[in-house]
Design a protein around this ligand. Structure first.
Ligand code: MLT
Length: 404
């Protein structure tokens, strides 16, 4: 009997589990502390009324033998996939077939599971800092190599994202087979303009690489020059898979619904990745629940769209309160526009974790240490705009008071 040894190469704990553990320990020792959580990007506003009503109706359908439904189709019901295609793509001039869209329970699962269809000897490029799921799942899949003392895995190609390029990665100096890109970016909040994405698509087409494009935060885009989908770039359907989610768009972090686009044009060595992903999902996934899909469908109704936009605007308000307040207090920061994340330089040369501990213990505010997203995140810190507005303003006030 042998285990998958790749798991032994992982860091001991997943970033957000480590933070959760630290916060729970602090609260246990300080039960009266009024801790404000601006760490994990988890929705806090209730679901839109249109979504709730649709879910209630769906529950009623399941209570009647005449309208009861069992297993959902593993790739999603037509009523939802059709709406996704119409509103998220066709309305932006992107032509997709419904069977290029695969429903799932989350972009986290899909960006992790997609590795199943790629060989373990592919060269993988990731941004640094990066959403840890991309790295950890490649460690599990045997593509990352050994963890070195500098915090990097030996076989991954790291694309440093630094302040001098507004946290946009440069093209790799070497060949990469698989490239993870996330825009608007988690964790830095950077948004990639059209010309930047075009450089990546051109690179991938030239090198025969596949871009794994995580667009989970596209609902936060406000500026015209920032594409919401990589398929807005010519040629992208031949080189990119896109991940989308209802989590950050419509507050489905607890409900769970997302989708992945695998265009039929995308082939590797003559093999269709669409077919491989369809095969993988049919075997390992049993679809998104009917009630959830009806809720997601309602996001596209006229009321659902208006109500969802109100929620996004609420979070955008938080982002400007954080960015405005902290820049007034003298912090250097990025993001918060086209993005729910604010990325700031830690003050007084503090390390990311020292700043985390200081905020937690001195003013009871929780954020995410930049170094948890990769070595290039050291000296940076992430705050999320997904909190309650009053609590967010209170957190900004506490930080400002402490550092001015
Ligand atoms: C984050 O805080 O980075 C995200 O909420 C994590 C996720 O979406 O899984």
């Amino acid at each position: 009997m042998k285990i998958n040894q790749n798991f032994c190469g992982l860091r001991e704990s997943y970033l957000f589990s480590t933070i959760g553990k630290k916060v729970r320990a602090y609260k246990a020792e300080n039960p009266s502390a009024d801790v404000i959580l601006l760490g994990i990007g988890d929705a806090t506003r209730p679901l839109a009324p249109a979504v709730i009503e649709a879910m209630h109706r769906a529950v009623d359908e399941l209570s009647d033998v005449k309208t009861f439904r069992g297993y959902p189709p593993e790739y999603g019901n037509d009523f939802l996939v059709g709406k996704i295609n119409e509103f998220d793509f066709a309305s932006r001039g992107i032509s997709l077939c419904d069977d290029e869209i695969f429903l799932s329970d989350g972009a986290k699962s899909d960006t992790g599971n997609i590795g199943d269809i790629f060989s373990s000897d592919n060269v993988v490029a990731v941004c640094d800092p990066v959403y840890p799921v991309y790295v950890d799942t490649n460690v599990m899949g045997g593509r990352a190599g050994e963890l070195a003392a500098d915090g990097r895995f030996s076989k991954l190609v790291y694309l440093p994202c630094t302040a001098d390029r507004d946290f946009l990665p440069e093209l790799p100096g070497t060949h990469a087979d698989i490239i993870y890109l996330c825009f608007p970016n988690n964790p830095t909040g950077a948004a990639a303009p059209r010309r930047e994405l075009k450089r990546w698509v051109d690179y991938a087409l030239k090198e025969g690489s596949v871009i794994l494009f995580d667009a989970a935060y596209e609902a936060f885009v406000t500026e015209d020059d920032i594409p919401r989908s990589i398929y807005e770039i010519e040629g992208a359907k031949a080189c990119a898979i896109e991940f989308r989610s209802f989590s950050k768009t419509a507050g489905f972090t607890g409900v769970r619904c997302a989708y992945t686009v695998v265009p039929k044009e995308l082939t590797v060595g003559g093999v269709s990745l669409n077919k491989l992903w369809a095969r993988r999902q049919a075997t390992k996934f049993n679809g998104v629940s009917y009630v959830t899909q009806r809720g997601a469908e309602a996001v596209y109704s006229p009321e659902g769209r208006a109500q969802t936009l109100d929620i996004i605007n609420y979070y955008r308000g938080n982002a400007s309160v954080i960015a405005g307040g902290l820049s007034m207090a003298g912090f250097r920061l990025w993001g918060g526009v086209n993005s729910p994340y604010i990325w700031l330089k830690t003050p007084d040369g503090l390390s990311s974790w020292d700043f985390f501990d200081l905020l937690l213990t001195e003013i009871n505010v929780v954020g995410t240490p930049g170094s948890g997203f990769g070595p290039a995140g050291e000296g940076y810190f992430r705050l999320t705009a997904f909190g309650d507005a009053d609590r967010t303003a209170e957190a900004v006030e506490r930080i400002t008071r402490r550092f001015s």
